[in-house]
Every structure is written in structure tokens, then in C-alpha cells.
Design a protein around this ligand. Structure first.
Ligand SMILES: Nc1ncnc2c1ncn2[C@@H]1O[C@H](COP(=O)(O)OP(=O)(O)O)[C@@H](O)[C@H]1O
Ligand SMILES: CC(C)(COP(=O)(O)O)[C@@H](O)C(=O)NCCC(=O)O
Length: 303
């Protein structure tokens, strides 16, 4: 009820009016840096989305300036934060990387950085201690308090901010490695939990967002993408005994895929239905994907 819903053909016309389209040279560069995404999607979907972000970013800067003037202060430089939510394996990080690239191109003098909330998962040892190793990705598997404090520090622009780093290869937090954010002007925060309501904390993660995007698709398609990504993980894992999937990679492929299907059914699909999908209608923009990740519809929140 509270969304404008645009078919792809209509959404695709929205950038041409007052913002230049991506050039062929720019497309070539994007293609080499993010070859998963179809260039037709860049033209039809992501260009208008970049334009929308431009409009929102401009409004945000004006509002920040006006509020500072009201308080008689000069410090109005807080980063603009974009949240990207959706299922495991729906393509959040691919979308986030593409937007980071496009926004860096649009604003060469701005720092556009990106972070994934995977880094705020408790390490496996802690999940095991809590008896929730099979609940990785569910709300209780994240250190939400740390995530909120992290966002608060970034938003207040207090200095260099650090976050733990997660690796799909070792299936755990990487010991001793940190993500470093250094005064971003625009920050993209990507993760399955970014639009969830808190269980204990008085503040939502989304309180820090100036724009939120939900990547949506039929769960059967997402399962297919999850299994394709799993196949790619296996292909790289068999040369690396430290890889979490090494034993699966050197073993029978059917056994490995049966295991992955089981994890999808019992963990990621349950998480999608119970905790991720219910957050869809809190997003400002919903990108709906069909076969081969093609976006067929974009919804824009009215109010
Ligand atoms: N636009 C796209 N076109 C083609 N493949 C994509 C696209 N977006 C994501 N993928 C593929 O789908 C899988 C899941 O994407 P990923 O970005 O890792 O998802 P998430 O961050 O939501 O878990 C990956 O194998 C990725 O290469
Ligand atoms: C680390 C994750 C919770 C987050 O997923 P992402 O959005 O990065 O794909 C997920 O990839 C995961 O590990 N889920 C637990 C079940 C599993 O797929 O092994």
C-alpha cells in the first residue's frame, strides 16, 4: 500500500531527465570490476538508483546544514549511510560493491566505503559456547550491541573506526584482522539483519540509515544462487586445507551438495521466512529479482 511500484521499463526512464547516463567507457570499467552484474541492469536499474541516491544525498546535506545552523554549530559533516538487506545469497554484497563503484565515480572527491554485518557475527567458538552454532545468521548470532556502537561511532564521524572481519572461506571471524573505516562521506552497510528490530537495545540499526534497500527474490531462485555460490566455494576450497569446505571439496560432490541443500532448508530458508522477509516492508527501495538476477520491478516507499 505504501509503495510506488514500477516495472523495469518505467524505472529505466527515471535517470535520463536530469542526470547523465553511464557512458560506455564507464560500463567497460564496471564490467571488469564487477562482472556478475549485467550491464543492461546497470543502465536500466542502477543508473536511476544512483540518481535517486543523489537526490536523497543532496536533501540530507541540506538538512544537516540547516540543523547545524539552527544549533549555531559548524559541524554538519556526518556520513550518509545506505543499508542493504535481503536473504543470504540474494546478491546483497554484489549490489553493494556495484553501488560503491558507481557512487565513487559520481563523487570523485567523496570517500565511499562499505561494510558487511557478517563481521559482527559472534566467532564460532562463542556460538558453540552459547549452543547456537546451527543458528548462524539468526538475530541471536550477532553482537548487535557492538554493531550499534560501531554505527554510532561512524555516524558521529569521531575518527577511524574498526570492525571485525568475517570470512566465508574459514567460515568464521578472522582472528587479528579488522575492517577499517576512515571518515567515509557515504557508507554502505550490507547484511541480512540490517532492517531487523532489536531484541534488547533501545536503538535500531536502521536508525542510522538515510536510505535502505531490500533485495528480494523467490526463495527457490535464492536457493539456486546459494548452491551456485557453494559450488564456487568448493572449486576454490580443494587446494586449501585451511578452507572450511576442504573436506567436502575433496570428497563426493553429491554428498557436499546434499549437505548444502540441507543447510539451506534448515538454516537459511528458515531465517529468511522468520526474520528477514518480515523486514522487507521497512525498506525505502525494494529491488525484485527474477531468473539470472535480472531485476524486473522496483518499489519505492511513499511514506
Ligand atoms: N546481479 C548479479 N548477476 C549475476 N550473479 C549475481 C548477481 N548478484 C549476485 N550474484 C551471484 O549470486 C551469488 C550470491 O551473491 P552475493 O552477493 O554473494 O550474495 P549475498 O551478499 O546476498 O549473500 C554469488 O555467487 C554472486 O556471484
Ligand atoms: C554468514 C552468513 C550468516 C551471512 O550470509 P551472506 O549474506 O554474507 O551470504 C551466511 O552466509 C551463513 O553462513 N549462514 C549460515 C548457514 C550456512 O550457510 O552455512
Amino acid at each position: 500500500m505504501n509503495y510506488y511500484v514500477f516495472p523495469r521499463s518505467e524505472w529505466a526512464t527515471f535517470h535520463t531527465r536530469n542526470f547523465s547516463s553511464v557512458t560506455d567507457a564507464e560500463l567497460d570499467q564496471l564490467r571488469s570490476l564487477n562482472d556478475e552484474v549485467s550491464m543492461q541492469d546497470v543502465k536500466d536499474i542502477y543508473s536511476p538508483l544512483r540518481h535517486l541516491i543523489h537526490v536523497k544525498y543532496r536533501d540530507y546535506q541540506t538538512a544537516e546544514f540547516n540543523l547545524s545552523a539552527f544549533m549555531g554549530e559548524h559541524d554538519y559533516n556526518h556520513p550518509f549511510i545506505i543499508g542493504i538487506a535481503g536473504s543470504v545469497a540474494v546478491g546483497k554484497s554484489t549490489t553493494a560493491r556495484l553501488l560503491q563503484l558507481m557512487l565513487s565515480r559520481a563523487y570523485p572527491d567523496k570517500r565511499v566505503q562499505m561494510i558487511t554485518t557478517d563481521g559482527f557475527l559472534y566467532p564460532n567458538a562463542e556460538l558453540e559456547k552459547r549452543g547456537i552454532l546451527d543458528r548462524k545468521g539468526f538475530p541471536e548470532s550477532y553482537n548487535m550491541d557492538l554493531l550499534i556502537h560501531f554505527l554510532n561511532n561512524v555516524k558521529n564521524n569521531t575518527g577511524v573506526v574498526r570492525a571485525p572481519k568475517y570470512s566465508h572461506q574459514i567460515y568464521d571471524i578472522v582472528p587479528g584482522v579488522e575492517e577499517v573505516l576512515d571518515h567515509p562521506d557515504i557508507l554502505i552497510v550490507e547484511g541480512i539483519n540490517v532492517l531487523q528490530l532489536p531484541t534488547h537495545e533501545p536503538i535500531y540499526v536502521s536508525d542510522y540509515f538515510d536510505l535502505s534497500i531490500y533485495v528480494d527474490a523467490d526463495p527457490e531462485l535464492i536457493e539456486q544462487w546459494y548452491l551456485e555460490r557453494f559450488g564456487m566455494l568448493l572449486d576454490t576450497a580443494f587446494t586449501d586445507p585451511t578452507n572450511y569446505y576442504y573436506q567436502y571439496a575433496i570428497g563426493d560432490r553429491k554428498v557436499a551438495f546434499d549437505m548444502a541443500r540441507d543447510v539451506w532448508d534448515k538454516v537459511n530458508l528458515v531465517n529468511l521466512n522468520d526474520y528477514i522477509l518480515p523486514t522487507k516492508n521497512r525498506a525505502d527501495v525494494i529491488l525484485h529479482k527474477t531468473q539470472n538476477h535480472v531485476i524486473d520491478q522496483v518499489s519505492l516507499r511513499k511514506f
